[in-house]
Design a protein around this ligand. Structure first.
Ligand code: ADP
Ligand code: MG
Length: 368
């Protein structure tokens, strides 16, 4: 994209959790960037560590039992080194997050109008203090300007009947309307970076589709960087400029969207693409057999090896390094050799092998 430093740069991010069953080593050495104005997705099956990655980026896992390691740089500042209040301010003003569970992001006891107007007025301003809060909260000019802005945004997210939605409680809205309110809230302070974890995917297919076209339009209209999480490759293809494919807490492959769908290199990416009937031309029974790893005892070497139809002893004994396939594309498979995909053959071949492959050590539990 540009020569400027990325807006978000995550390096060697690792996240684990202390638990009754031992230490869950979930995210392991994730590197990712989001450039200015770029829409990036992290895609992969449920349980691959996508939400944990975003929570670590937004500073939600800063306390035990979670352990976070690595660097998270936003616009040149190391977020993990920032004092809490500065970080909160940044999170409210420059970074907005839409969490995976849409219900938990709205407060049930306040109307949509009250909560969104508060966000418009105060954003990430955690230092207002109680007096400052009341002075501004009850300053009618400040408040009504904020209210106007909320109404404009509700129009922009195509909320039906915004005036009456302002006076409604979250429980009085449909799932789709709540999702629109949450998107409006996330955009109120015109963030530089929007992080959206599976937006709309809890909703039924038609409403999910409406939310996706809304996001498409908002992306086209606004000069905003987006880090989007999805378990749905179709969503990644439709909305993003660049994709990270995540498996078992590691980045398996990344490339610009068109490239990753035209010429996927990693057997996991190939398996995911082969499992989408519309993209592969025909359906494949079962997709990738087996399930995502147990993080208290993850597979040695390549974490995908128990499910990979190409795996041999070397995949069990050593962790694959990234192999670069051009400026923005890399894939981590031991079978790649520099600059070409080595003995990992075509999507067709991977499909054929997957259909015959028995995952080790035990058969599929049907995690997805
Ligand atoms: N707070 C937590 N404590 C312990 N384990 C967690 C916690 N949050 C997530 N995990 C585990 O991390 C793994 C990845 O979860 P998640 O990031 O939610 O996956 P995804 O978003 O890709 O579906 C899962 O096995 C999940 O159980
Ligand atoms: Mg998730």
């Amino acid at each position: 994209m540009s020569d400027a430093a990325p807006l978000l740069s995550v390096r060697d991010l690792s996240v684990g959790f202390e638990g009754f069953d031992g230490y869950a080593d979930v995210v392991d050495g994730v590197d990712l960037t989001v450039e200015h104005g770029e829409v990036v997705t992290i895609a992969g099956e449920t349980g691959c560590g996508k939400s944990v990655t975003t929570k670590a980026i937004t500073g939600l896992l800063n306390e035990p039992p979670a352990h976070v390691d690595g660097t998270v740089e936003f616009d040149g500042q190391d977020l993990r080194e920032l004092p809490d209040d500065e970080r909160r301010e940044l999170n409210g003003d420059r970074i907005s997050v839409i969490f995976q569970n849409p219900l938990s992001s709205l407060n049930p006891v306040f109307t949509i109008g009250e909560q969104l107007t508060d966000t418009a007025q105060f954003g990430g301003d955690g230092n207002t203090g109680i007096l400052g809060y009341f002075r501004r909260r009850f300053s009618s000019t400040d408040r009504s300007a904020a209210r106007e802005r909320v109404l404009e945004l509700l129009e922009e997210v195509r909320m039906p009947d915004p005036e009456s939605v302002m006076d409604s409680y979250p429980s009085e809205l449909s799932g789709g309307m709540r999702q629109r309110a949450i998107i409006a809230q996330a955009l109120l302070n015109e963030p530089d970076l929007l992080i959206a974890d599976e937006p709309g995917s809890a909703l039924d297919v038609t409403v999910h589709d409406e939310i996706l076209s809304l996001l498409e339009d908002l992306i086209a209209e606004r000069d905003m960087s987006i880090l989007m999480i999805t378990h749905n490759l179709g969503v990644a293809r439709r909305l993003s400029d660049r994709v990270y494919i995540m498996y078992g807490g590691r980045i398996a492959e990344t490339a610009p969207t068109a490239e990753i769908f035209d010429a996927p290199h990693h057997p996991y990416t190939q398996g995911l693409i082969a499992s989408i009937p519309r993209l592969s031309g025909e359906s494949m029974a079962g997709g990738i057999g087996g399930s995502v790893p147990e993080y208290t005892d993850p597979p040695m070497g390549c974490r995908f090896h128990p499910r990979c139809p190409y795996a041999d002893e070397s995949c069990r004994s050593s962790e694959p390094a990234d192999v670069s396939f051009g400026e923005q594309a890399r894939s981590a498979c031991i079978r790649h050799s520099d600059g070409d995909s080595g003995p990992v053959p075509t999507l067709q071949e991977t499909k054929r092998r997957l259909s015959e492959h028995e995952p080790t050590p035990e058969p599929a539990e049907g995690n997805q």
